[in-house]
Design a protein around this ligand. Structure first.
Ligand code: ADP
Ligand code: MG
Length: 380
């Protein structure tokens, strides 16, 4: 096992550059005009034995980051496994197990041979190969041995993906890389395969980087999360830390479902945040760092807003849409009150409210989060 360290990693795709890699999805050949900065000075430490989930919207550079770690693409900056500088080490020497979104199995080999293929390529003795495959099969659990008898085309998506995970395990990699491995699976299989991957990683203590755009997956699998946006890592930490102490508005609104409400207003001459008729007092620690007239973003999570009229800052609005989440016994109301954007409020499912109703909304002061309007960095 090893820790993985990225230092100032930068990857720019030249205009028109295309690299088609197995399992990496469609080539981006249509982006001809400007150079494309896929990674923009990424620093990241993945600790030995840890699963780091890299979470971010589509196109933010997640797959490129994995390819850099795997040595499948050129880059500026440095990658270390423990103290070893990997920049000049070619992919086959990095001892990496990789699982992609679209399986990348060998279609004309049965499962068993798919698993053994990498061993054979790397010249392991036959007996050792057999033993590792059997051990892997045992780890992968019930029914896995059945998968070994068929060609991938005869297996369902989830089964193919189990096979792909098994294949990566057979290599006994120092580092495991997953690129959205569950996104082609239906909901039920996704949950099952997710927990299987989690158990495998826990049992073997592999150092892993797991890329996804799905925060439920991130929460289930990651020891820590790195939130990426536009080629940069915005913040690294446990889910709880990122949720409670987001460094900026992007992280704040990316985690949590529905997303945090971000109300873009300004600081007025009375030291309050203001937008339209709504005025909310701003804590001294925030106020003291701004001048009147400066842009200021007020954040409030849907689950922290309340339906009540009391002394707290409140406004009245019209419910335009309701989303019920019955398993969690909650419903989210979207409340319209121009010029505010529609404000999401999550309340118990039992409260009877209909679209079109007018409701009073309270924003508890101790739940408000403020972000500086330009940099969008959290204040206080
Ligand atoms: P993600 O995996 O987060 O969706 P990617 O790493 O695939 O993001 O892509 C990051 C950026 O780099 C995107 O703007 C994408 O278009 C660009 N990019 C990725 N691969 C290539 C490539 N082979 N050629 C040109 N641009 C690419
Ligand atoms: Mg990707």
């Amino acid at each position: 096992m090893a820790n993985i360290r990225l230092e100032k990693v930068r990857k720019v795709f030249a205009p028109g550059e295309t690299v088609k890699l197995p399992g990496s999805g469609p080539a981006h050949s249509d982006r001809a005009a400007a150079p494309n900065v896929a990674l923009d000075g990424v620093n990241l430490l993945v600790r030995d034995g840890e699963t780091m989930v890299v979470l971010g919207p589509s196109g933010c550079g997640k797959s490129t980051l994995l390819r850099v770690v795997a040595g499948l693409t050129r880059y500026d900056g440095h990658v270390y496994f423990d103290r070893r500088l990997m920049d000049q080490v070619n992919p086959s020497q990095r001892n990496i197990g990789m699982v992609f979104q679209n399986y990348a199995l060998y279609p004309n080999l049965i499962g068993y041979d798919n698993l053994g293929f990498t061993c054979r390529v790397r010249g392991r003795p036959h007996q050792e190969e057999r033993e590792r495959i059997l051990a892997t099969s045992e780890i992968m659990g019930i029914g896995f041995d059945k998968l070994l008898k068929h060609k991938p085309g005869r297996l369902a998506g989830g089964e193919q993906q189990r096979l792909a995970v098994g294949r990566a395990l057979v290599r006994d990699p120092d580092v495991f890389l997953f690129d959205e491995p569950l996104s082609n699976l239906d909901a039920k299989l996704r949950v099952r395969t997710r927990s299987e991957i989690r158990r495998l990683l826990e049992r073997f203590g592999h150092t892993a980087i797991y890329v996804t755009h799905d925060q439920v997956e991130a929460l289930a699998l990651g020891d820590r999360l790195a939130i990426m946006n536009e080629g940069q890592v915005e913040q690294v930490g446990t889910y709880a830390l990122l949720y409670d102490k987001p460094v900026n508005a992007f992280v704040a609104s990316f985690l949590g479902s529905p997303a945090m409400n971000l109300l873009r207003g300004k600081l007025n001459g009375r030291g309050s945040w203001e937008l339209g008729d709504l005025e909310i007092p701003v804590p001294e620690i925030v106020r003291s760092r701004l001048r009147a007239g400066w842009k200021l973003i007020l954040g409030i999570r849907p689950e922290h807003a309340r339906l009540a009229r009391d002394d707290l800052p409140a406004f009245e609005g019209r419910v335009v849409h309701i989303e019920r989440d019955l398993p969690r016994r909650v419903q989210t109301l979207y409340v319209e009150c121009p010029p505010l954007p529609d404000v999401a409020i999550t309340i118990p499912a039992g409260e009877r409210i209909l679209p079109g109703d007018r409701v009073p909304v309270t924003l508890p002061l101790d739940r408000l989060v403020f972000f500086e309007g330009k940099s969008e960095l959290r204040m206080g």
